[in-house]
Design a protein around this ligand. Sequence first.
Ligand SMILES: [Zn+2]
Length: 237
Amino acid sequence: MKNTKLNAEQVWKDFEDLLAPQLNFSVIDRAVYSHLFRHSRLERKLRFRFSMSWLAGRIRLSEKTTRQSVRRLIARGVLRLVERSCQAHHVVCVRLPQEVRAVCAAETAARGPARTSCGAGFAETDFLQTRALRRAIHAREGGRCFYCLRRLIPQRRCLDHVVPQANLGSNSYRNLVSCCLDCNSKKGERSAEEFFRSLYREHRLSDDELTGRLRALDDLAAGKLIPPVEPSTKGAK
Ligand SMILES: [Zn+2]
């Protein structure tokens, strides 16, 4: 992420043509992103500090709605949360559309020839659709709970939506993780980040583990954590 002068016209086109449709932005997500973008990257600032009440007031939405949208944008790798203080201030890095898209390009490259049968719609594949796809998500986590890192046994594991379906979370591999039943029931409607921090407060994650988990969350939303799908089993029920 470089702080060079922007081609605002191109950014606007990328936003309308790529970012918003690819990540299924709601009208609210558009308003939140545009406003944060206006005050960060258009001012040549990589990081931007704001309070939820300020943002909500500026875009004329409730704080709750605004907060949910900020969480969605963080979970999808559009915003990167740098800091959240107890005075309800957030510091975020606002990514340009092509910075989010670059990750998608990297994903395609990382998939390589062995996985090209996944096709262009891989990012939109419903990973709850077949047993093989569900197993691929479990396999990606390497037998550990995505949240608490506890070792999983097949009888005590499940798949969790990082962004809950109620908040328009999808069944994409970018939004599904393998986790233990405890974490699945405790996380509820909280954001993954909030849940990680609660595990940290309960001393179930160390400093380093928390940092690693937040990075994994960014990577997940950015599409970097690609499940090992066997081309021959992709369509099997
Ligand atoms: Zn767990």
